[in-house]
Design a protein around this ligand. Structure first.
Ligand SMILES: NC(=O)c1ccc[n+]([C@@H]2O[C@H](COP(=O)([O-])OP(=O)(O)OC[C@H]3O[C@@H](n4cnc5c(N)ncnc54)[C@H](O)[C@@H]3O)[C@@H](O)[C@H]2O)c1
Length: 321
């Protein structure tokens, strides 16, 4: 029986991935320190005989060695995530993303195991070109602005993964996720959609940061999970980087308006300057649109859910939690 290890498996994306794999003939091992993840995310599957959850930190937990030795495939999702989290706790974020990932990769290299590394569209920094393909330039601000440490820590993860691939032939796959959304995503670390939905359901002000004309593309977590599981099945994906995201571009003002309309909320939409929302000198990108032609070519993937489906699923989840 195939054994899959998911680091960060009690998190938002990791728990959906685990839920999708539990239906197949695989053993699932999860390691998560529950810093932003929650055991409740695994409620539906944690009692299954093929699911084994370890609460532990990837930087230091001794059990990680055996877990990787026993795995056939590692989905490495554990990371410090969310702009607010990164701006408030830069040191912890850098250590988790760089030390944690380099340990996972070293152990994967020790046992020669296939690893999928979750990187991010943040690596493109403030490159406002659209769409961004996997070879697009990284444009970053000064090191005095904390937000760029997430981008840099994830870019360093990519470098380390590719260096292992080039030096020892370690089978690595790198994915750059663009704004993944859906049930279970937490709002408190600066994720925009769950925040908007929660405020709308309470008729409280929906806070749009900046002028709200910045655009993003939102992808349903279920579509992302399909991309992740299909990519690891395909040998050609090894040593490659893939954008995973939707091409449906929406401004944050439009997103707020749609959430308000679908929830029939009385919330006021208010604008908060970036330096008040995050930190002095905070910089944001105006557009963030993926070119997904590469992943379409490799595994014939494109998202099935549109923005309205995503918003409705988040609303349904928030109404019962
Ligand atoms: N959600 C998105 O829009 C998005 C976008 C780009 C990239 N990503 C990447 O996808 C991955 C999953 O993100 P998510 O949105 O599910 O966030 P998440 O915060 O829900 O998941 C991360 C998980 O890692 C765990 N974790 C953190 N540090 C750990 C450590 N040192 N040891 C063990 N576990 C640890 C957390 O408890 C959490 O369960 C991350 O690598 C993230 O950078 C997500």
């Amino acid at each position: 029986m195939t054994c899959v290890l998911i680091t960060g498996g009690a998190g938002f994306i990791g728990s959906h991935l685990a839920e999708s794999l539990v239906k197949t003939d695989v053993n699932i091992k999860i390691i998560d320190d529950l810093s932003t993840g929650r055991i409740e995310n695994l409620e539906a599957i944690k009692a299954e005989s093929n699911v084994d959850v370890t609460v532990g930190n990837i930087i230091e937990d001794d059990k990680l060695d055996t877990m990787i030795e026993e795995a056939d495939i590692v989905f490495h999702l554990a990371a410090s995530v969310g702009v607010k989290n990164i701006v408030e706790y830069p040191l912890r974020s850098i250590m988790t993303n760089v030390k944690g990932t380099s340990r996972v990769l070293e152990l994967a290299a020790k046992y020669h195991k296939k690893v999928l590394i979750a990187s991010t569209s943040e690596v493109y920094g403030k490159n406002n070109n659209a769409p961004l393909n996997e070879d697009s330039e990284r444009i970053l601000g000064t090191t005095k602005v904390n937000r760029w440490c997430y981008s840099n820590s994830k870019a360093l993860d990519e470098y380390i993964a590719l260096a292992h691939y080039r030096t020892s032939g370690l089978p690595v796959i790198i994915v750059r996720l663009f704004n993944t959304c859906g049930p279970r995503q937490l709002g408190q670390y600066g994720m925009v959609l769950p925040n908007f939905v929660r405020k709308a359901l309470q008729d409280k002000p929906i806070q749009v940061f900046g002028d709200g004309r910045q655009t993003r593309c939102f992808t349903h977590v279920n579509d992302v999970v399909v991309a992740l599981t299909d990519l690891v099945e395909k040998n050609d994906s090894v040593g490659e980087i893939f954008n995973i995201g939707s091409s449906e571009e929406v401004s944050i003002n439009e997103l707020a308006a749609q959430v308000k309309k679908i929830t029939q909320s009385k919330s006021e939409i208010v604008h908060i300057p970036y330096d008040q929302a995050y930190e002095k000198g905070f910089e944001d990108m105006r557009r963030r649109v993926p070119d997904i032609s590469k992943i379409k070519r490799f595994i014939d993937w494109e998202p099935e859910n549109n923005l309205e489906n995503i918003i409705r699923d988040v609303i349904d989840y928030e109404l019962i939690h």
